[in-house]
Design a protein around this ligand. Structure first.
Ligand code: ASP
Length: 268
């Protein structure tokens, strides 16, 4: 099996070991789908990352999380999900159908129905970050100006392949300076992730820019023509205007990644 995971564009390479720990913990023999879910779950459980426990807070101090999985032509996703430990596991329940994407309080209700207990993913570190954000807003007054400088961070994702089968999973607490209800690229098919017959791709960076460019699908679609690494580089090269993009991918050639700035990652 080939597996690669990331810890968010902008995260230092010193965090590679933390990503590797999650990859080692999550690999499930002969099961690409189980692997991407379990690796992302392990990353969600590590408070250093902005997903699950340790997710970034919204400007009002609440936490809303997005996650998605894709495998075998099927997708499961959740947006603005609150008070669960592992959003990616809820996305994996959505994956079983008949729906593709559940959001907000109704996604939470769905999770409770599936047996997910109420859980507070907040950490002290994110509380301190929130205070800094609120102070910054106080100084600048204008949310748009501050948000223009935002660049993603510490979101997690994993892709895996085995015998021509490809799977992707992603999870995030969103970027900084997010209001409630904001959804980025991560749970949107073709934006934050894609998996099909050529391979699987997961992206990280400023969701608003990734959504407009459909980066995950366009990377995936570029694999036959540009090769795995070339397709990753092609979508990253489009991010020249201040926003950053990170991409990981698996395909026939193995694993590849590209990013416009440092991005912690690990592969097996
Ligand atoms: N893409 C995520 C979002 O915009 C953030 C990230 O990748 O760090 O919600």
């Amino acid at each position: 099996m080939n597996v690669i995971a990331h810890g968010g564009v902008g995260s230092p390479r010193e965090m590679d070991d933390d990503v590797l720990k999650a990859v080692r913990k999550g690999v499930v023999d002969d099961d690409v789908f189980g692997t991407v879910i379990d690796v992302v779950c392990a990353l969600e459980d590590d408070p250093i990352f902005n997903a699950g426990t340790g997710s970034r807070m919204r400007l009002d101090g609440s936490i809303q999380m997005d996650a998605a999985v894709m495998y075998g032509g099927e997708v499961g996703a959740v947006g603005c999900l609150e008070k669960v430990k592992n959003p990616v596991k809820v996305a994996a329940e959505v994956y079983k159908g008949p729906y593709v994407f559940l959001v907000g309080q109704d996604a939470e209700r769905f999770a409770r129905g599936m047996g997910f207990e109420s859980y507070d993913p907040s950490t002290e570190k994110r509380g301190e970050e929130l205070l800094k954000m609120q102070n910054k807003l106080g100084e600048h007054q204008e949310l748009k100006k501050v948000y223009d400088m935002v660049d993603g961070g510490d979101t997690v994702g994993c892709v895996a392949s085995l015998d021509g089968e490809y799977a992707a999973a992603v999870s995030t607490g969103g970027t900084s300076f997010c209001i409630r209800g904001r959804v980025g690229d991560s749970p949107l098919v073709g934006c934050g992730f894609y998996a099909g017959e050529h391979g699987a791709v997961v992206t990280t960076g400023k969701g608003e820019e990734i959504i407009k460019r459909l980066s995950a699908y366009r990377c995936y679609a570029g694999i036959p023509e540009y090769g795995l690494k070339g397709a990753c580089e092609m979508v990253v090269e489009e991010f020249t205007d201040g926003a950053s993009l990170g991409v990981i991918a698996v395909g026939e050639e193995g694993v590849a990644s590209a990013s416009s700035k440092q991005m912690s990652q690990a592969s097996l």
